[in-house]
Ligand binder design. Structure first.
Ligand SMILES: Cc1cc2nc3c(=O)[nH]c(=O)nc-3n(C[C@H](O)[C@H](O)[C@H](O)COP(=O)(O)OP(=O)(O)OC[C@H]3O[C@@H](n4cnc5c(N)ncnc54)[C@H](O)[C@@H]3O)c2cc1C
Length: 281
């Protein structure tokens, strides 16, 4: 293959078939895809994303939410918010979907070895962080304490409820959940995710924090973590912007000097903190 063809290859979707569809919440579904040609390993780093083609509808960037140790499949958790996401979550087992990628720079799981991990997620933001949790739990001795703080709008909007319960039973692992509106049967925390920080078993000097959720949530969490003694280089955030090519050509996802598709989506707070305070950047 010549170099021009190699350069174009990231633009060529490979057809995958839908193997399984799981309803997580009323509007969010997890789909497992496998290559249609039976190709083997599909490597990805926690925090990377794919471009998914729903044939006849369009293409959308979606983070990989599955276990990086299971290389024969790609798993995505998608909230139906518009035309393309609705078409994707409506796919049935056996349907074909085009996949490009994986793309981007993910979470620093290698650099975080030996440290505590503080994972803070809001809503669908737990999806890009789930591969980190799988990775840490299957390499448990290589990491310190795992703290997961997770907030959703209501109890029925919490993703991966069975897994949250099983993660909470793992050694040296703390899982705290909160919701904005609890209802009568909710016996847990109510309030924004930052209110969980005071219950978290934090050791800032030996920790790395990973944040994903609405930008306003990440701004407040990052600010509060700084207040607890985290440095800006210890705090990582995953950013979202509309994107098209996913390889840094088209400029749709430019964010200050960065392209979110190829320089991110994961950045340190030191890199992007100052830009996050700029309105509509
Ligand atoms: C790197 C990356 C990873 C992502 N990972 C996931 C994921 O794991 N799961 C998931 O459900 N979604 C994820 N998204 C968001 C997803 O790509 C958008 O929700 C989707 O493109 C919307 O397309 P649509 O046609 O369904 O909706 P549209 O009709 O295009 O939009 C519907 C609504 O969503 C808003 N919107 C559209 N695109 C985005 C976006 N990129 N970020 C924020 N708001 C947007 C629009 O402003 C509008 O209000 C990710 C986005 C990026 C950039």
């Amino acid at each position: 293959m010549n170099s021009a063809a190699i350069a174009l290859e990231p633009m060529m979707p490979q057809t995958h078939s839908v193997r399984e569809v799981i309803k997580e919440t009323p509007d969010t579904f997890t789909l497992t895809l496998q290559p249609e040609d039976g190709a083997g390993a599909i490597g990805f780093q926690p925090g990377q994303f794919s471009m998914l083609w729903v044939f006849g509808v369009g293409e959308l960037p979606i983070s990989i939410s599955g276990d990086p140790g299971k290389q024969d499949r790609l798993v995505y958790t998608v909230r139906s918010v518009g035309k393309a996401t609705n078409a994707f979550v409506s796919q049935k087992p056996g349907a074909g979907v085009g996949v490009r990628g994986p793309f981007g720079i993910g979470w620093p799981v290698d650099a975080a070895r030996g440290r505590d991990l503080v994972i803070v997620a809001g809503g669908i933001g737990l999806a890009p962080l789930r591969p980190v949790i799988y990775h840490v739990l299957s390499h448990r001795t290589e990491y310190g304490r795992l703290v997961l703080l997770y907030g959703a709008r209501s109890p029925r909007d919490l993703l991966y409820r069975k897994e949250l319960a099983s993660w909470a039973r793992q050694r040296d692992t703390q899982v705290l959940t909160t919701v904005d509106y609890g209802g009568l049967s909710w016996r847990n925390h109510v309030g924004v995710v930052t209110t969980l920080l005071k219950y978290a078993r934090l050791r800032p000097a030996q920790s790395v924090a990973m944040l994903c959720g609405p930008e306003i949530m990440m701004r407040f969490v990052a600010r509060d973590l700084e207040g607890h003694g985290f440095g800006r280089r210890q705090i990582y955030l995953s950013m979202e912007r509309n994107m098209k090519c996913a390889v840094g050509f088209c400029g749709h996802c430019q964010y200050g000097p960065h392209f979110i598709c190829k320089d991110g989506p994961v950045f340190t707070y030191e890199q992007i903190g100052p830009m996050m305070d700029k309105y509509e950047l």
